[in-house]
Design a protein around this ligand. Structure first.
Ligand code: GTP
Ligand code: MG
Length: 684
């Protein structure tokens, strides 16, 4: 690996809808490339990519898996990602650090919600994509229909290979660039009976390529053909810019079309040198030179049974060797590296150094977490950290047996370190511990892992909705006063606060409008601190207060008895009083919900969403499924997975993400306030 330049280094992810064959495809690529000796199988539990026990048990990927290998003088890192929306954030984090993506599409069903979601994510982030339509060896497979579904998704798909035969009679592919048939890695002539179909598909390919580039189009119109080099160069440019999506046909289990896809990964997706530049906080590009100081970015954390916590990072610039000193830019801590590892699924091997484009892991760093930027200890480029999607659904969590609490929370802390989309916190209203994840399955899988890895059992209670509190009107000149001047050391501080509503998403804004020293300059921050601390638990039900401007307009002080504590308390009292006068109200989180169901269930699913206070948009057809978009309060969606399963006989799929906060209707507010009051009286 150490002799390979970034031009010959390729880091790619397999992404797509859950169960559409990403891991099987990964196994086939590794096998065809000679990185593994036997073809691993998801169903038989021999996959080197699905190596976590929960994955083997459930035959599904729950955390992305990394496999570095050399082939044909180049170095590749394959990242197999989860398709389920509970775990797909893992793919979204990894993609920010890689060079390209293979969008895996079902040859039977075509593109689905998960396909669409990853396609859009890549497009927004400028990640180049090629597609693989797999499973064409299955009954009812239809390559053309799958291509159509990609068009409906608004991609610009163009077939680079065509299947020969379909379903059980699938027997190789035709490479439309070379006009050769490929089967078992061997090229031969295109069968005569397919010559016409292949010629017309090739014409389509050439036309699509030409349409992406005016100069090429002119040449094509003049000469009626383009040279092989021009077509390939056009295809490469179209893939990198996202104007084209080259599509490869095949079947992972039968290892058909895999060699051609692997060619596409190496030749059409950008290399480490060609990908869009990484940038620093100012948006300036970082030069990916081996001679520059080191910089890198961590996109995955793995708890390894032997090595401990492994941070997997991509080197962006410079070279790094074991035992170097580095800086964790994001947490601003110095770290000393130990050994460097190349990751191959569950295995890892020592490497002596890593350079730009390489993906390696290092064990036992203290402050480094997924998403953090790393740099040389002195003078290294400071990359921006990766975006980490946050959890959206919270469960109250407690130890099953008394006395196990410390162990539970220490172990959960380890899992939170490994998975940055999980958060562990405390419910301000009830004091309960909350585990927040991307979905119900995400949280439940975490609990299962907790038991397997640390032998501790916990109980989950109904999910908690992260309500917020805010105000509806202005309250002016409200006095916050602390006066205790009888006996001993006195305390005196008075502030006058005006609070007014701010637009959604503004948070808390504190404005210092004190003139003429009514409150001494050095004590004004104490008022702000008091305000901020009171924001953590609002007056209605103890949820954080948001979207309020707090203006500190006047105050009084005493030359001896005024101090920080006095003004902090005055700020806190004043704020609470002001909020109560300003029409406090409850905000509830609204989710963007996307449900994909076969046609016949659309009516029932829409009706059900409306009954959950949802605002349901119109459905959009994607092949034989309909995608329904709706906005629904989170509190109505907590146990939706089981409802959807029963309405659609298990054929529906949904995912949701946080959209915005909205004022909760009175009946919801009353219920939440009563629940908080009940929890409070139980505690006291
Ligand atoms: N017949 C056939 N079956 C396939 C093919 N590819 C995958 N499968 C089967 O489809 C099922 C799902 O395959 P996986 O490779 O686990 O799919 P995945 O996309 O990794 O799934 P998640 O990790 O759950 O998102 C397994 O039972 C595979 O054996 C294929 O090309 N042909
Ligand atoms: Mg998988």
């Amino acid at each position: 690996m150490k002799d390979v330049t970034p031009d010959d280094t390729h880091n790619f992810a397999l992404v797509g809808h859950s169960g559409d064959g990403k891991t099987s495809l990964g196994e086939a690529i590794l096998h065809v490339a000679g990185a593994t000796h036997a073809l691993g199988s998801v169903t038989e539990g021999t996959s080197v990519l699905n190596h976590v026990p929960e994955e083997k048990e459930r035959h599904t990927t729950i955390t992305s898996s990394i496999f570095g290998f050399d082939a044909g003088g180049r170095h590749f890192t394959l990242v197999d990602t989860p398709g389920d929306s509970n775990f797909q954030a893992d793919a979204q984090i990894a993609l920010q650090a890689l060079d390209g993506a293979v969008l895996t599409v079902s040859g039977v069903d075509g593109a689905k919600v998960g396909t669409d979601r990853m396609f859009r994510f890549c497009r927004e982030r400028g990640v180049a994509q090629i597609a693989f339509v797999g499973g064409l060896d299955r009954d009812l497979a239809d390559f053309d229909r799958a291509i159509e579904s990609l068009k409906e998704m608004d991609a610009n798909p163009v077939a680079v290979t065509l299947p020969i035969g379909i379903g059980p009679s699938l027997d190789g592919v035709i490479d439309l660039l070379e006009m050769k048939r490929y089967r078992d890695g061997k090229a031969s002539d295109v069968p005569a009976e397919l010559a016409d179909a292949a010629a017309s598909a090739r014409e389509q390919l050439v036309e699509s390529v030409a349409e992406c580039d005016d100069a090429l189009l002119e040449k094509y119109l003049e000469e009626g053909e383009l040279s092989a080099e021009a077509i390939q160069a056009g295809l490469v440019a179209g893939t990198h810019s996202g104007k084209l999506m080259p599509v490869f046909a095949g079947a992972a289990l039968a290892e058909i079309g895999i060699g051609r896809l692997f060619w596409g990964i190496a030749e059409l997706l950008p290399s480490a040198a060609d990908r869009a530049a990484f940038t620093d906080a100012e948006g300036s590009p970082i030069e990916q030179s081996a001679d520059a100081p080191f910089s890198g970015v961590v996109f995955k954390t793995v708890i390894d049974r032997y090595a401990g916590v492994l941070s997997v990072f991509r080197v962006v610039s410079g070279k790094i060797t074991p035992d170097s000193n580095i800086l964790d830019v994001t947490s601003d801590n110095k770290e000393r590296l130990s050994k460097l590892f190349l990751i191959r699924g569950a295995e890892h091997e020592d490497v002596p150094e890593a350079g730009p484009g390489d993906i390696v892991a290092v064990a036992k760093l203290k402050s480094v977490r997924t998403g953090h930027a790393l740099s040389a200890e002195k003078g290294g480029p400071k990359l921006t950290a990766l975006d980490i999607p946050q959890g959206v659904i919270s469960y109250a969590i407690s130890a099953k047996s008394k006395g196990d609490e410390d162990k539970v929370f220490a172990s959960l802390g380890r899992l939170v370190e490994e998975d940055p989309t999980l958060q562990l916190g405390r419910d301000p209203a009830t004091g309960e511990f909350l585990l927040t994840g991307r979905g119900e399955l995400h949280v439940r899988t975490t609990v299962q892992k907790l038991q397997r890895m640390f032998g501790v059992e916990v109980e989950l209670k109904t999910p908690k909705v992260p309500y917020r509190e805010t105000i509806k009107k202005k309250a002016e000149n409200v006095e916050g006063k602390l006066k205790k001047q009888t006996g001993g050391k006195g305390m005196f501080g008075v502030c006058y606060l005006t609070v007014e509503p701010l637009p959604r998403g503004s948070g808390i804004e504190f404005v210092d409008e004190i003139v003429g020293g009514a409150i001494p300059r050095n004590l004004i921050p104490a008022v702000e601190k008091g305000v901020q601390e009171s924001c953590a638990a609002g007056p209605l039900a103890g949820y954080p207060v948001v979207d309020v401007r707090v203006r500190c307009i006047d105050g009084k002080h005493h030359s001896v008895d005024s101090n920080e504590m006095a003004f902090k308390l005055a700020g806190s009292f004043g704020f609470k009083l002001a909020i109560e006068k300003a029409g406090p109200t409850l905000l509830e989180p609204i989710m963007d919900v996307h449900v994909s169901v076969p046609d016949q269930y659309v009516g029932d699913v829409m009706g059900d969403l409306s009954s959950r206070r949802g605002r349901v948009g119109s459905g959009e057809a994607q092949g034989s499924t309909q995608v329904i978009e709706a906005q629904v309060p989170m509190s109505e969606m907590l146990e939706y997975a089981s409802t959807l399963t029963s309405i659609t006989a298990g054929q529906g799929e949904f995912h949701m993400e946080f959209s915005h906060y909205d004022e909760a209707p009175a009946h919801v507010r009353e219920k939440v306030v009563a629940a908080a009051a009940a929890a409070n009286s139980q505690e006291s």
